[in-house]
Design a protein around this ligand. Sequence first.
Ligand SMILES: Nc1ncnc2c1ncn2[C@@H]1O[C@H](COP(=O)(O)OP(=O)(O)OP(=O)(O)O)[C@@H](O)[C@H]1O
Ligand SMILES: [Mg+2]
Length: 228
Amino acid sequence: MTHDLRTPLASITASASSLLDEGVPFSGEQRQELLRTILEESERLNRLVGNLMDLSRLRAGALTPSKDAIPFDELTSAVIGRLRPQLAGRSVRVQIRDDIPPVPMDVVQMDQVLTNLIENATRFSPQGTEIVLTAVQWQNQLEVKVADHGPGIPSEERTRVFDEFYRKDVGERRGGTGLGLAIARAIVSAHGGSMWIEDTPGGGTTVGFRLPLTRTEEGAVTGKGGSR
Ligand SMILES: Nc1ncnc2c1ncn2[C@@H]1O[C@H](COP(=O)(O)OP(=O)(O)OP(=O)(O)O)[C@@H](O)[C@H]1O
Ligand SMILES: [Mg+2]
């Protein structure tokens, strides 16, 4: 983790020092490049610090979900709408059964879960391949799947990818802070649900999770519908 903090800080310091060095006549293009590095690395740090804060709050139990019953498709549209710029022209095909009752969930937290899963699918699968989000009712639970057609995650890594700081480059795509899936799973668990990885039929990664559709006491799992 120290490395994760130091590397971007070192790039920012080096770029800013270069720009301030009056002895070096940079071209406009070179200045742009250095400024872009500063911006990108700051964004990376910002994201890391945000993720670390979320994770420590989750661990401390301070992020107890504050649940409201929300139609799941409302959440999905909001998240996909907001992510549109990052999707870089790719679309997410959404298939949500219209017989699903409103889901008791913390909207802010579940927004983050979907964001992390869709970001991964976008980052780790090739341009032009489809990303599909499905939601169905399974017994007394909501079952959601985000499927991509990237290289997939080998079965021996499917538990580890949820570990904090576990990340790995996928082809040419660089892993990020390694916290996205850890946070997503912690949030789903705090809702009394579970999360897992499976194959996408035809190849790729599918991340699935289930949430109880029956209202439970905050964070607690009731006998009815709250089982994992
Ligand atoms: N859809 C996917 N396809 C292939 N590999 C994936 C996928 N999602 C996650 N992974 C692998 O699991 C690792 C952990 O994912 P996680 O979301 O926790 O971290 P990250 O995406 O690397 O960084 P962060 O989400 O914190 O920016 C990734 O680095 C990648 O190797
Ligand atoms: Mg991620």
